[in-house]
Design a protein around this ligand. Structure first.
Ligand SMILES: [Ca+2]
Ligand SMILES: [Ca+2]
Length: 456
């Protein structure tokens, strides 16, 4: 289904005139594939700057004999670099590369900024798609390029950073699976050693990471640094020696429907990051903290961090906020963290609303007394074995009651019918559909009519 959708994408939303052009393009593409040597770069009426004369698919098979022309699986190139300009002068904007099943041990660096044309264009990205059974055992680095789509790449047992994207625009990374990534400490000069990150985006503008799975990395699962307009969604990041995901000095970053699990820090937001939004996520079982910030001291974000409907459980500290300015946390569930549920340190204007903070050590703590103008409203504080509040003086609408989670052992923090958190939230907040008349405390609204609850 996914592949079909991708192929059809170029026809979506086109008017009749464009459809006729498309037919001509499809015909030209068919023609050049049968032709083999191709006349696709000879120009012609379809060869304007914005629409390529045709779109080709180039095949790569690491076990192929030398001398393939790349135009079919039976005549595949042996490496990715063979498939692309300048090794393949026939390569054109928007062309796709299919990686056939096999073991890829080549260390790939694709400098797309050196292409004579764009990597892809709106509506027709350059797709690098791995078929089932294609596995990379070496790092891949992609530099520059615009409209690039990476599908179903699998990295396994890689030393160094598995996938690095630098300076690209409009990148989609979908369905990737990255496991067992190790620090590269092989250099005699320690400063040249490479951390074992699953993925790193550096100076990237416009990227989506979706449906990815990253597990067991020495350093971090994903590092997003000096980048902008990045969306991370429906992905799981597990067992990172450092952080499952790091957002460092980046802006307009949205993380949703994703989990950050069993790492040192689940989600770390740091530096001068601005306009970061975390929605419907879960941070669980992280040794130091589930979600931690370490903003540069004095940094004034234009759009402060917002965390909404996120579940932070069974970590060391749940939320650890440091140097934040005007961070907002809405409807969190913070439970069973072995240290404090929420720590605020040198924060200004921290607000938290509709919260469940239960069964932690301390509940909400400003240990050093350095937080300024915090405001905490509508919350359930219960079962915290230390103090519910440490140096937190401005709060209101607190209840102290067991929230009656469905099954915390199985990490199901939905509410059961008798939960005192149901309809106990801020009456001025519109509840999710089915949660009327009043929003609940915590991340998962109880839906009365169905007797069922959504995942979040
Ligand atoms: Ca394409
Ligand atoms: Ca409700």
């Amino acid at each position: 289904m996914k592949k079909l959708h991708t192929r059809r994408k170029k026809g979506e939303g086109m008017g009749l005139k464009h459809f006729v052009v498309l037919l001509a393009v499809v015909f030209a593409a068919s023609y050049c594939r049968y032709d083999g040597t191709s006349s696709r770069n000879s120009g012609g009426s379809g060869g304007s700057g914005t629409v390529a004369s045709s779109e080709a698919t180039w095949y790569v098979d690491p076990a192929a004999p030398a001398g393939g022309n790349g135009l079919s699986p039976d005549s595949a190139f042996r490496s990715i670099t063979e498939a692309i300009y300048p090794n393949n002068p026939q390569w054109d904007a928007g062309d796709d590369i299919v990686l056939l099943a096999g073991s890829y041990s080549e260390r790939v660096t694709l400098d797309l900024s050196q292409l004579p044309v764009a990597a892809g264009y709106a509506g027709n990205p350059m797709v690098i798609r791995a078929e089932a059974g294609a596995v990379f055992y070496a790092p891949m680095k992609i530099i520059g390029g615009k409209y690039l789509r990476l599908e179903n790449l699998v990295f396994s047992d890689v030393t160094g950073e598995a996938l690095v994207i630098e300076g690209a625009e409009g990148v989609v990374i979908t369905g990737c699976d990255i496991r067992r990534i190790y620090n590269d400490n092989s250099s005699a000069d320690p400063s040249l050693n490479v951390p074992g990150n699953g993925m790193r985006l550096e100076n990237v503008s416009g990227a989506t990471i979706e449906n990815c799975y990253i597990d067991t990395v020495d350093a971090s699962g994903v590092v997003i640094r000096n980048s902008g307009s990045v969306v991370v969604k429906t992905s799981d990041f597990i067992s990172a020696g450092d952080s499952a995901v790091v957002v460092d000095s980046s802006n307009k970053v949205e993380l949703r429907d994703s989990s950050f699990v069993s790492s040192w820090i689940g989600l770390q937001i740091r530096g001068t990051s601005d306009d970061v939004y975390v929605f419907h996520c879960a941070a669980r079982g992280n040794n130091f903290a589930g979600v931690a910030t370490s903003f540069d001291p004095g940094f004034q974000p234009a759009t402060p961090l917002k965390v909404e409907r996120t579940i932070v459980t069974k970590n060391g500290v749940g939320f650890y906020f440091s140097n934040d300015r005007y961070t907002t946390v809405l409807n969190p569930t913070v439970a069973y963290n072995t240290n404090a549920g929420v720590v605020i340190s040198r924060t200004v204007g921290f607000t938290m609303t509709n919260a469940i903070v239960v069964f932690n050590d301390d509940g909400i703590a400003d240990y050093a007394g350095t937080a300024i103008d915090s405001y905490i409203d509508y919350l359930d504080l219960y079962g915290n074995t230390g103090s519910d509040l440490v140096n937190v003086v401005t709060y209101s609408n607190v209840i102290h009651a067991d929230p009656y989670f469905t099954d915390s052992d199985l990490n199901d923090y939905s509410l059961t019918a008798t939960s005192p958190c149901i309809d106990a939230g801020d009456p001025n907040v519109t509840p999710p559909a089915g949660g009327e008349p009043v929003v609940d405390l915590g991340a998962i609204e109880y839906i009365k009519d169905s007797g069922e609850v959504p995942l979040f």
